[in-house]
Design a protein around this ligand. Structure first.
Ligand code: PMV
Length: 361
């Protein structure tokens, strides 16, 4: 599919008003996306687990405008309060997507959202936030054009979400989602995320993720700045090639249930992401001392208990702990007793793999 396939007709018959509500999750990358080119295209393919408990619920209310020629009209309400500070981000998002959803110019919107995870917890809300708005906009497109297929509906939702925030395109559909064209992943594309379609070994079903909130502050480096640092980075070319290779390896690992190799790949990807930031100009250390304490503890626990626990990181200090469901009880105890002291206000969130966006009726 090409970009042109996602252009909605500009002559759809408009309905007067209505609303739609969608719940979409966050996701955690196993092979990381870091580095992009215009318009929000990834320099390398990535794969993520879709989460379940960390999600955004968005209601999009729409009303046909009197003056169709005027600019976008929308109001943003976040957790019950009007948020003019979110306006520029959504304005930019609408500018990027208007060519594909021209009907957005014809409506006045109220975009009302809430997150399941606490505000400024350091958990990236852009993936769940942007995917939720995208699902709502696609629902509106479907109301205007009921002939669109389910496949198109989800692909275009992911395509729109990508234009809001790259990794958001992996928060639409499927337990494991690949974004970025890759020879081993059928149907994969730089334009949208696709559900990982191979048979996944039982050990990787219902995988668990506990997010340890080490640092709930503002991100030290925004992901826009971070992606930009890959331009001219001395190791960028090798890193992009390595990620391509790691997708092939990960595919194999997921099919075979090779959990030891999974651990090596996932942890190496996390540390590589941070290594890229430590070696960029300017350079950054996004881990905190407690991030390293937690990693050491995880390694000791794994060795002592013959466990399959492992960690991954986003572009920040928080740690995602990944483990098979059979180990859930023991690892919850380990987290409470030995790791919670390294979290801000002893705060962590238990999550697990989920299926993606859901309409709330
Ligand atoms: O979607 P963005 O632009 O916020 O980038 C996210 C990048 C990482 O979370 C660090 C990695 C990934 O693949 O999700």
């Amino acid at each position: 599919m090409t970009t042109e396939n996602f252009i909605a007709s500009s002559s759809l018959a408009l309905i007067t008003s209505g609303s739609t509500t969608w719940k979409t999750p966050s996701n955690i990358a196993l092979v990381k996306y870091w580095g992009k080119r215009d318009p929000q295209l990834p320099e390398n393919p990535s794969i993520s687990f879709t989460l379940n408990n960390c999600h955004t619920i968005t209601t999009l209310s729409f009303e046909k405008k009197e003056n169709l020629a005027s600019d976008f009209e929308f109001k943003i309400v976040f957790e019950g309060e009007e948020k003019p500070s979110f306006q520029p981000k959504i304005q930019k998002f609408f500018e990027r997507i208007v060519a594909y959803v021209p009907f957005i110019k014809a409506y006045k919107f109220v975009i009302s959202s809430e997150n399941s995870f606490p505000h400024s917890s350091g958990i990236a809300s852009s993936a769940s936030g942007m995917s939720a708005i995208s699902m709502c906009l696609m629902q509106l497109e479907k109301m205007l054009d009921p002939s669109i297929t389910e496949e198109y509906f989800y692909k275009k939702a992911s395509f729109l979400a990508r234009l809001g925030s790259g990794s958001a395109c992996r928060s639409i559909k499927g337990e494991l989602v690949v974004w970025g064209a890759h020879k081993d992943i059928e149907g994969s594309s730089d334009l949208f995320g696709v559900p990982f379609s191979s048979e996944v070994a039982p050990i990787f079903k219902n995988y668990q993720d506990t997010v340890l909130l080490v640092d709930k502050g503002e991100k030290q480096v925004s992901s826009t700045v971070g992606h930009d640092l890959m331009h001219g980075h001395p190791y960028a070319k090798n890193r992009f090639a390595q990620a391509v290779d790691n997708i092939s390896k990960m595919k194999n690992v997921l099919e075979k249930g090779a959990v030891k190799e999974f651990i090596e790949l996932v942890e190496s990807e996390a540390l590589t992401l941070h290594a890229m930031m430590m070696t960029s100009q300017p350079y950054f250390i996004l881990m905190k001392p407690n991030t390293l304490e937690i990693i050491q503890k995880i390694w000791s626990y794994r060795a002592a208990n013959n466990s399959n626990i492992c960690f991954t990181l986003d572009a920040g200090a928080n740690v995602h702990i990944l483990y098979p469901k059979v180990e859930k009880e023991a690892i919850h105890r380990f987290i409470e007793e030995e790791l919670s002291v390294y979290c801000q206000n002893a705060h962590y969130i238990h999550d697990e793999v989920g299926e993606g966006a859901q309409e709330i009726k």
